[in-house]
Design a protein around this ligand. Structure first.
Ligand code: PLP
Length: 530
């Protein structure tokens, strides 16, 4: 019935429902485990109230000092011994995918290897065991790391100053836009309220502009996937506060007109924010400062190899032009006329950073990320960083050219891509979508690429291999994606219910995002007894 180029044939349990609704079932085990991939219940559903991992002394009689407010029912915390606890979290962790397991092709996210040397440096007690409220004389080494990293970021971007404290790319965007707002207000032009954002932008760009109190207007893209410069110029005027442009953009293309755009925006009295999430594709080769950019965040967890993680341990320093630097938040690092770079920590000296829009974080930022990023920079050096960009671009072009015969590559005709290869769902069989390809890739042992982003491409699949993958790893990934794409083109119905080998298959992601169930309730007794 179905062509199956990969040769893999799941057992059809329910063929009479017809191809569209056929459900495929792999052999089920009595435990629900799939080979060494173990099922795991919620922590509240395992263990017992009687169990604990620690040995607590008996509470003596009459020790109640709660003034009559003592608890009437058990507190309901999970009760697990140490081995049960370790197994619970280890089993859960195995249901996830990690950069230490294999290639992580998420476009726009730059999931590169996290070098172990970075980890070693970040764990040195002089960096790891300090506190931001320690006397400054006792943390000179840590301040030195922040300052040296700041120096590199300023140097690599050709900018004037850098705010080190923002905690992520999106937080950095907010920092840049607040600096732009402060600069406009200082000029008496707070009435400039419109921020222009290209259609292909990451969702955080319009969200940030709106959050900072601006109105967002779209700029269309050209057929070749770049910003429509003519349309942008035509919209410039006295109400424009700024444009936010990503370069290289989210279609994986370099915005060649950026200098022309910056000049036009400046001439019209606006500022240029550059989303620097893709800086890894140009680091060591292009200095954003030379393109007339006023503010740009740098995701240390993308370009400079620090771990990504749930919005927690990120770091998104923001480099600023000379025009915007006075408005950046404290602490702030700046290059002075004689060339030296200094960290301005407090505004006690007033005249040194009097126009700052304020503070974004209580202290200096993410020390652990600073140490890791500086280690990465120093271990590569200037020439090594340039090679990072070159290899990232080379790897992405290898992926693009290896798959363009099987997947539609809408901008492949625009020339080489930068660090990301972009495909669409255009030539899949009727009824087959990008989602099916992504789910099929999970069965092949890969985390899927970024899907349905950027929005300018129908059913987008954005693959970013990064420079840290070997040719062997790329070939394996390309082979897997080719096989799944061929199944989707041939209308292989087994793909509609993929993944078959993962602990969970197709979740209702919208429902999970919109109506997350964040509390656990004890099941009613009858049900619990089952
Ligand atoms: C990752 C990314 C962001 C947001 O950065 P976070 O560090 O995740 O907040 C913004 N823009 C683009 C293009 C990105 O890829």
């Amino acid at each position: 019935m179905n062509m199956n180029p990969s040769g893999w044939r799941p057992e059809i349990v329910n063929p009479e429902k017809g191809a569209d609704h056929a459900t495929f079932e792999i052999f089920r085990t009595s435990t629900g485990n799939k080979a060494l991939m173990l099922e795991e219940a919620l922590i509240f559903e395992i263990g017992s109230d009687e169990t604990t991992g620690v040995d607590l002394p008996e509470i003596g009689a009459g020790a109640n000092r709660l003034g009559g407010l003592s608890r009437e029912r058990p507190i309901g915390l999970p009760g697990l011994s140490e081995p049960e606890t370790v197994r619970h979290y280890t089993r859960l962790s195995r249901q996830n995918y990690a950069i230490d397991l294999g290639l992580f092709p998420l476009g726009s996210c730059t999931m590169k290897h996290n070098p172990r040397l970075n980890e070693k440096m970040a764990r040195l007690p002089g960096f790891a065991d300090i506190h931001p409220l320690q006397p400054v004389e006792t943390v000179q080494g840590a301040l030195g790391v922040i300052n040296e990293l700041a120096f590199w970021l300023i140097d690599l971007t050709g900018m004037h100053g850098v705010a080190m404290s923002p905690k992520a790319g999106a937080h950095g965007e907010l920092c840049g836009m607040l600096a732009i707002k402060a600069a406009l207000e200082a000029r008496g032009e707070g009435h400039r309220k419109v921020v222009l954002v290209p259609e292909s932008a990451h969702g955080t760009n319009p969200a940030t502009a709106a959050f900072a109190g601006f109105t967002v207007e779209d700029i269309p893209a050209t057929a070749e996937g770049r910003v429509d410069t003519a349309a942008l110029k035509a919209r410039l005027g006295p109400d424009i506060a700024a444009v936010m442009i990503t370069n290289p953009n989210t279609c994986g293309l370099f915005e060649r007109d950026l200098k022309t755009i910056s000049d036009a925006v400046h001439a019209a009295g606006g500022y240029v924010y550059c989303d620097g999430a893709n800086f890894n594709a140009i680091v060591g080769r292009v200095r954003p400062g030379d393109l007339g950019i006023d503010a740009m965040h740098i995701n240390l967890h993308k370009t400079f190899s620090t771990p990504h993680g749930g919005g927690g341990p990120g770091s998104g320093p923001v480099v600023l032009s000379e025009a915007l630097s006075p408005f950046g938040p404290l602490p702030f690092t700046e290059r002075y006329a004689d060339g030296h770079i200094t960290l301005v920590e407090e505004d006690t000296v007033g005249e040194r950073h009097p126009d700052s829009f304020g503070r974004m974080t209580a202290f200096h930022g993410q020390m652990g990320m600073f140490t890791r990023a500086l280690t990465y920079i120093l271990s590569h050096g200037g020439d090594g960083l340039r090679q990072v960009a070159e290899d990232a671009v080379l790897n992405a072009n290898y992926v693009l050219r290896s798959l363009e015969d099987v997947l539609d590559a809408p901008f492949a005709g625009s020339g080489p891509c930068m660090h990301e290869a972009l495909f669409s769902d255009d030539n899949l069989a009727d009824g087959f979508s990008t989602l099916d390809v992504a789910k099929g890739l999970i069965d092949e042992g890969f985390h899927p690429m970024t899907v349905y982003f950027p929005l300018v491409v129908h059913g987008a699949m954005l693959v970013e291999p990064t420079e840290t993958e070997s040719k062997a790893a790329l070939d394996q990934f390309i082979g897997a994606l080719r096989s799944v794409a061929e199944r989707a083109k041939a209308g292989d119905a087994s793909l509609k219910s993929a993944p078959h080998f993962a602990p969970r298959a197709r979740l209702d992601e919208t429902q999970a995002a919109r109506k997350p169930v964040l509390t656990w309730r004890e099941p009613p007794l009858a049900q619990a007894a089952e």
